[in-house]
Structure formats: C-alpha cells, structure tokens
Design a protein around this ligand. Structure first.
Ligand code: NAI
Length: 652
C-alpha cells in the first residue's frame, strides 16, 4: 500500500494500530511525547511480527518493522502524512492541542481521524479550521485481532472524508460499521455497557459471576463470559468509560458494586482480583458448564436490544451494522438483533417492563420502536418479522400446528383439553407435519412440543376402548400409528423435543425416537400401558436397547418417572426451568444448525441404522399388542380406565 500513515500515541492502541497499518504495507510514522513508550511500542510490535513470521503468516518481520519510523516531534512529521490516526491519552485538552497542530501542519486532503472512545468527535474537531476532515475511527483492543472499526461522523464531517476513511479501513483489512451521529459511547460501547451493567445488577441481586458467565458462554456461545471480558479489560477502564458517557448524557445508573470494587482495588486480572481471582495474568476463570441454566441470558441481552432499538430509531446505525458490530467487534456468534428475533421481541419487552417495575429505573423503559413492533405483531422468527423478515409459514394438520420459522420447524400438539392425547387426527397430523418439515430444504431442525400442561398423555384411551376387535386395533396401528413411527425411525433431520409437562405412554415413547430431549422441571414420564392391559411397544423394544434393564422397572410397574430419574435414565438430556423451555429450544436450533446440513443428515442416517438393529424387537412388540387387543385383560383394562377404577385381572 502506498502512502504514509501517521499514528499519534504509541500506547496500548497506538502500537497495535501502527502494526496493522505496517502489515498492510503502509509506511508508518509513530509519534509519542514519551520516548519510553515509543521504544516499548517498537519492541512489542517486533515481538508480535516475529510470532506472525514463525506461524508463517508473514514472510519477513524485519521488512514490516522497517516500515515503521518513530518521532517525538509531531510538528516536524505531520506534513508527510496522507492519513492520520490519533490515539493519545483520553484527555480533551491533549487531543485539542494535537488536532490544532495536525490541522495546521497536515496536507490539505489528509484525513484526521481519532480513536477516542468517549470524547465527541465534534468537540475534537471544533479546534480545527477544517472540521470537515475530522472523523472518528474507533478500533478495538487488540486491533491486530479485532478486524472491525466504527466510523463516527462528527457534526461537520464531510461525505468525502467518510468515503476516504471507509476506503482506508478496507486497505488495512478492517471491516467497518457506520455511526451516523456523534453519540456518547458510539455503537458498540453503548450496547456493551447496557449488557454489562445489567449483568452486574444481577450480581447485586445474588447471582454469582460464574452463573451468568456460564449462560453467556454455553448458551449464547460467546468465547468469554461478560465478567471475564471486563476483568481482562480492567474494571477501572470500564468504569471510566461508563462515567464519561454518563456525564455526556447516556442515561445509566452506575452500579454500587462497581464503585466498591474500584475502592478495593479489585480491578481485574491486573490486580489478581476482579469478579474472579487470578493466580497469574494469563490464568482463566473456571466457569462450570452445569451452571448454564441457572440464569437466562435473555435477561442481560434485553437492555442491549433496547439500546439497539434506540440507535436504529434515531438513525444512528442500521440494524445490519449493529449485528455486524456484535459479531465482529464483540465476538457474539450471531448478531444481537438476530438473538432478539429468535427469543421474540415480546419476550424482550416483557423483560424490560418487569425490570422497570422492580427497579423503578427509567433506563428500562422499552424504546417506542420495540413497543410498536409488539403492537404490530412483529415478534421475530415466531411470526415472520421482527428486526428482520424471516420466512414463515403456519399450517394446521388437524390438532397439530406446523410452523416454519426461518430455519426450523415448530410442531405443536394442540389438544390441551385432552392432554394432547394421540387420537387418529393427532397421529396423522404429526406425520404430515414431520413430512412437511422433511421436504422443506430450508428447515434444518424440527422442534416438537405440546400446548398446555401436558406434552402428550399417550394414546387416546377412548379411541382404544372403542375397538370392537382385533381388526379395529390392527387397522389403527397399521394405518394411523405406524406411518408416524416409520417416518420418525428414518427421519433425516435432527428433532428436538421440548417436554413441557406429562409425557405418558405413547407420549413418552415418541421421545425415544427424537434426538435431543429437553424437559421442563415440571415434566413427568410414565409407560403405564401394562396397567390397562396393553404394552408400551417402543419402550419395551427400542427402550430396552437404549437404557438396558433400567427400563424394566418402569415398564413392569407403570410408575411415574420424574424428571430427575428421566435424566438419569438417559431419556432426557437437559432439564431446565419451565419458563425458559422454548428459549433453550431456540438456542439448540442455533447449535444444531451450525452443523453442515449434509453432516447432520449423515449422522441421522447412521443413528437410524443403529436403531434398525432392534427392528425385529419392535415388530415383535407390535405383534404382541395385536395379540392383546382381543383379550379380556385388554377389555377390562380399557373399561377400568374409563370408569377410573382398578381393573380386576382374570389372568392366566
Ligand atoms: P495509553 O495510555 O496506553 O496510551 C496513550 C499514549 O499517548 C501514551 O503512550 C502517551 O505517552 C501518549 N501521549 C500523551 N500525550 C501525548 C501527546 N501530547 N502527544 C503524543 N503522545 C501523547 O492509552 P490507550 O489505551 O492506547 O488509549 C488511547 C486512545 O485510544 C484513547 O483515546 C482511548 O480512549 C482510545 N481507545 C482505547 C481502547 C483501549 O482498549 N485501551 C480501545 C479503543 C479506543
């Protein structure tokens, strides 16, 4: 790259920015008033370039290093620059001095950018005669790794300057987001502050850092927890930014806990203690994965989403840039607005309102944009539009609702008054819904759940009781139940079951054919078929293969399996608080759809073929049930069930 870049300030940010520019091929002049800072900067850059050379990422570290010259005299070198990036201490008086000099000494068409985090660009520009060429160019630490910058327009920044700075960002390999107005905290810090402050408030209310960070890491999928990041950045640094943006009009109450930590010198990794304790600087906090469901991450995302709505409504940033910033600048696996659309805008607004009720803080007032979205029914993926438009379709197959929600299908059993029992329509409806999801190539994952307090109470006994003989029963199995069992046995897409309540009999057994079973704490299971003169065909064949002899106790007594036992048995994979069941379901959709679709299909096929090994057992159990239908035991069981009395077995 031709041209000279002048980087003023050789501290944490300045040295990294200089390295990035030199790596891109620019000649760099690095200026600092402090000689030590300059020599430190050069040795840090040199160390980092050597590492890149060792890893074969660059050919010649020396050559890159040679492109960086240092100076302590800004006046002397400013005239040579084609592009300036100022990264000196965060003090308005110092920045003013520097910009005055730059304005006088730099070439006419040279862009003067500042890396300030908290000082308004307009304020910095006001000391220059050409404020149109002053612009914010905000990097993140470390700039060598975080390949995103915020470009911030001051009041007088010209379009030409914006164009030039966008182009420059591209030449140094940085993606950018536009911040159209000079607001405190710009874009990323505004969102980060909301999320972080909220997380601290939950600590004040009794949560542990590990609990919140576990949810952030293992459920949202961020590489580091919120408190880990802040400990790394430095609590004083974050506190100062917070205070600065607050002084400049950002509406936020500073949590007392933060002030207390500053007084106690708990500043994070650098003092060995912050939210966590560290034995050395590179020590990492231990965040147990099993804490992940103790805290719902939507609680801390919601204030962040509210901030995003404010940014969008005030035309400061566009939604695509906000999501890009959260992914590339903050390390989220997907954009924060995408999360909001996944969880549901109504959920976000509910969280904000309940926080406002609890704390009385104005910060939680839902932005009018969010209120309007809810009023207009723009709730996110669940109905086709939120911050973004999503492909959506809803079809009712009898009592079964099929919804395509962008990349997943939600299948809901809807006979709540009958505890979603499997009558003919339910069996057939489920089969049609699963087949529809199978055929839609955009559907990557299927979620199944039940409406009301039950998941599914099993076969509808009134239907079974109406059979007049073997033929009725056999017809029912062959024409109504078996098609679904066959569909699921060879299903090629991952199926996540959200067990919201009772799953008895066939309702329990269907879960043996699903892939990931997530149960509410309220869920219970049972295979009581023997008690009514029948047999649980899938549990006693496939179930025996999956769980071994442990299933016998439940098949031969019909006793209730509580959710803890179900987890121990291996029937349930994850147990979560009832109110977050759907949230966890959509989180799993993200995780499963991260797999290549062909891999997911191949894994499913392989697992289905293992299931095939018990095909003959399943056939035997199906035959057994046909043999039971004409017996007196069966008739007596059905009668007893309907009249709710104990059956009197004749037996043999
Ligand atoms: P720092 O304290 O590490 O470095 C500041 C440097 O400025 C020092 O080397 C100091 O000697 C030099 N300096 C002071 N007065 C000067 C002058 N008159 N002329 C030339 N050099 C002078 O600070 P840091 O963290 O690198 O921050 C620099 C700027 O970057 C600030 O505006 C800060 O808000 C911003 N920033 C910082 C981030 C961070 O994570 N540290 C992230 C993004 C922006």
């Amino acid at each position: 790259m031709h041209g000279k870049v002048l980087v003023v300030g050789a501290g944490t940010m300045g040295h990294g920015i200089a390295e990035v520019c030199a790596l891109a091929g620019y000649e760099v002049i690095l200026v600092d008033i402090n000689e030590n800072m300059l020599s430190n900067a050069i040795s840090r850059i040199s160390w980092s370039l050597k590492k890149l050379e060792e890893k074969k990422k660059i050919e010649n570290a020396e050559e890159v290093l040679r492109r960086i010259k240092t100076s302590q005299n800004l006046e002397e070198v400013a005239g040579m620059a084609d592009f300036v990036i100022e990264a000196v201490v965060e003090r308005t008086d110092v920045k003013h001095e520097i910009f005055k000099t730059l304005d006088e000494e730099c070439k006419e068409n040279c862009v003067l950018s500042t890396n300030t985090s908290t000082i308004p660009i307009t304020d910095i520009a006001k000391v220059t005669k050409n404020p149109d060429r002053v612009v914010g160019l905000h990097f993140f630490n470390p700039p060598t790794l975080i390949r995103l910058v915020e470009i911030i327009k001051g009041e007088k920044t010209s379009e030409e300057t914006v164009k030039a700075v966008k182009k420059f960002a591209g030449t140094i390999g940085m993606d950018y987001v536009m911040v159209e107005k000079d607001v405190p905290g710009f874009l990323i810090n505004r969102i980060n502050i909301r999320v972080f402050v909220e997380a601290i408030r939950y600590l004040e209310e009794g949560y542990k850092p590990e609990e919140i960070d576990s949810a952030v890491r293992y459920r949202l999928g961020l590489p580091m927890g919120i408190f880990e990041v802040v400990d790394f950045t430095g609590i004083d640094t974050v506190y100062n930014v917070l205070k600065e943006v607050r002084n400049r009009g950002f509406r936020v109450e500073i949590p007392e806990l933060l002030e207390k930590m500053i007084q106690e010198n708990s500043l994070g990794m650098k003092t060995g203690k912050g939210f966590y304790t560290y034995r050395s600087f590179y020590d990492r906090a231990r965040i147990p994965k099993e804490y992940q469901y103790r805290f719902n991450p939507i609680l801390i995302l919601s204030p962040g989403v509210n901030e995003c709505a404010w940014l969008i409504r005030n035309e400061i940033a566009v939604r695509e840039d906000i999501d890009k910033a959260t992914v590339k600048g903050m390390g989220y696996p997907k954009g924060i607005l995408d999360y909001a659309d996944s969880y549901g805008i109504d959920r976000v607004v509910d969280v904000l309102k309940s926080r406002k009720n609890k704390t009385g803080l104005d910060e939680y007032t839902p932005d009018p944009m969010l209120e309007e979205m809810v009023a207009d029914g723009k709730l996110g993926k669940k109905n086709g539009e939120g911050f973004y438009r999503w492909s959506y379709e809803a079809v009712d197959f009898g009592p079964v609702r099929y919804e395509k929600r962008h990349n997943y299908a939600l299948i809901t059993m809807r006979r709540p008054e009958k505890l979603n029992a499997l009558n003919e329509d339910m069996w057939i409806g489920l089969n049609s819904a699963f087949l529809r999801a199978q055929d839609d190539e955009n559907v990557r994952v299927v979620i199944i759940t039940g409406e009301g307090r039950a998941f599914c109470a099993g076969d509808d006994i009134s239907v079974m009781g109406s059979w007049r003989g073997l033929k009725d029963g056999r017809d029912f199995f062959e024409k109504v139940a078996l098609p679904l069992v066959n569909t699921l046995s060879y299903y090629e897409k991952p199926v996540i079951s959200l067990v919201n309540g009772n799953a008895f009999g066939g309702g329990m057994e269907l879960n043996l054919l699903f892939d990931i079973v997530i149960a509410s704490e309220k869920a219970t299971f049972a295979i009581p078929e023997g008690l009514i003169g029948a047999i649980p065909p899938i549990a006693s064949s496939l179930g025996y293969m999956l769980f071994g002899r442990k299933i016998a106790k439940y098949a031969l007594t019909g006793e209730v399996i509580d959710v803890g036992e179900a987890k121990e048995l291996g029937l349930v994979d994850v147990v979560v608080p009832h109110d977050i069941l759907m949230d966890v379901g959509v989180e799993y959709v993200d995780r499963v759809s991260a797999l290549a679709p062909l891999s997911a299909r191949a894994i499913k096929r392989a697992m289905n073929s293992v299931r095939d090994l018990v095909k003959s057992a399943m056939e035997i159990s199906a035959r057994e049930i046909e043999l039971l239908i004409p017996t007196e035991d069966f008739a007596e069981g059905m009668k007893a069930f309907v009249s709710r009395r104990r059956p009197e077995w004749k037996g043999r």
